[in-house]
Design a protein around this ligand. Structure first.
Ligand code: AOF
Ligand code: ZN
Length: 373
């Protein structure tokens, strides 16, 4: 098989850049970008803009305005599909357009894809080039949620918290408004807008009475809201429940929840899921299986420390974003970002693959990727 040339890599980098236009719009589908070019000349560009809408390849081919593409190469950030979903197979569109060369940046790990589309194209004599190295890596990084969901059935989890210089997320009395600054909080609203669901525990729901909606401009779709509430204590008068007509609410309870309470939540419009398992991490995994099967591929986990600890113990946190605010609180009983059981020895620490830091207003944003899919 041929390797990608320098020109190939430049077009493929552009395809990966185009894919970003679909962030917060295409999910839980992957974000995908495509370029059609002959040597250095770009004939058409496209991306998968919206869930249910045309795929990147079809948009890029469409942008070529009916030109003869026999000498053209299609560059695409994800392998082309060959299934009939919301739209017809991209392999058909590629063959119908007469394209004879396709350069691909990353694989599609879903059962119905996984190389099948490439096999069909090869059988038809289309030359396939697979990128490797940095380009392939950046294409995979764009679709971490899609990839984890495709491989495990569970959503990708981004844990977000805001802590003080002394590592506290609330005072000894539980006051936490506000630790991070305005800019950090606005950024977090953009993250809400980019995921399929936002999750919190019942402690946070009772203390803050939040809405968990994304309150920034240009929100394509509000994330679903999930509350982990073993005993179904969430009041039907809470803002979370009151908003169910506009944004769906899912309440995850355990078997111990009283039927009268879950009935009341359902009557108020919430969906109630029962997560079973012998301990909290097992119930977290069971809940994530159910949320994944409802098409939720990404979750922004906003705490509190108890729930986040259970997610960590369950091995389900994929990325951490911590705002570090320029203040100190002190107090032995002031809370840390993550509780749960934790590990016993440093040798068992969950080590991050990457660690980045950037200023956001007066805070520092520290991001760590724990796993790659
Ligand atoms: C591609 N190009 O731009 C995207 C692909 O329901 P559908 O028809 O939109 O299909 C969604 C699936 O297609 C999705 O789960 C993933 O496997 C693939 N996405 N494939 O060739 C694209 N977005
Ligand atoms: Zn497709």
């Amino acid at each position: 098989m041929q390797a990608a040339t320098k020109t190939d890599r430049a077009h493929l980098a552009r395809a990966i850049e185009l894919a970003r236009n679909g962030i917060g719009r295409a999910n839980p589908n992957p974000v995908v970008g495509a370029v059609v070019a002959i040597d250095g000349t770009v004939l058409g560009e496209g991306w998968h803009d919206e869930l249910g809408g045309p795929h990147a390849e079809v948009n890029a081919i469409g942008a070529c305005g009916g030109r003869d593409l026999a000498a053209a190469t299609l560059y695409v950030s994800l392998e082309p599909c060959c299934h009939h979903g919301a739209t017809p197979p991209c392999t058909d569109a590629i063959l119908a357009a007469g394209i004879r060369r396709v350069v691909v940046a990353s694989d599609d790990p879903t059962e119905k894809a996984s190389g099948r589309g490439l096999g069909i194209l090869r059988d038809e004599g289309v030359e396939i080039v697979l990128a490797d190295g940095e380009l392939a890596h950046s294409a995979r990084l764009l679709n971490q949620a899609f990839r984890k969901h495709a491989r495990t059935g569970r959503p990708w989890i981004l844990f977000k918290s805001a802590m003080t210089l002394d590592g506290k997320v609330a005072t000894r009395d539980g006051d936490s408004k506000w630790i991070s600054g305005v800019e950090s909080r606005e950024l977090a609203h953009h993250w809400r807008a980019s995921v399929d669901a936002v999750a919190i525990g019942i402690g946070t729901a009772l203390t803050d009475d939040p809405q968990l909606t994304a309150r920034v401009e240009h929100v394509h779709r509000q994330p679903r809201r999930v509350v982990f509430d073993s005993l179904a204590r969430l009041p039907v008068s809470s803002q979370l429940v009151c908003l169910t007509a506009d944004v769906p609410l899912i309440v995850v309870v355990s078997r111990a929840a009283a039927r009268s309470e879950t009935d009341a939540l359902e009557a108020a419009g919430a969906e109630v899921l029962v997560a079973t398992g012998e301990n909290e991490p097992a119930r977290v995994r069971a809940a994530l299986d159910q949320l994944g099967s409802r098409g939720i591929a990404s979750i922004l986990l906003e705490g509190g420390p108890h729930l986040a600890g259970a997610f960590l113990d369950a091995g389900e946190i994929d990325e951490v974003r911590l705002f570090l605010a320029p203040m100190l609180l002190g107090g032995r009983s002031a809370r840390d970002p993550l509780e749960g059981e934790g590990v016993e020895r440093i040798a068992e620490a969950i080590s991050a693959l990457t660690l980045d830091c950037e200023p956001v207003g007066e805070d520092l944003l520290i991001s760590a990727r724990l796993r790659e899919w």
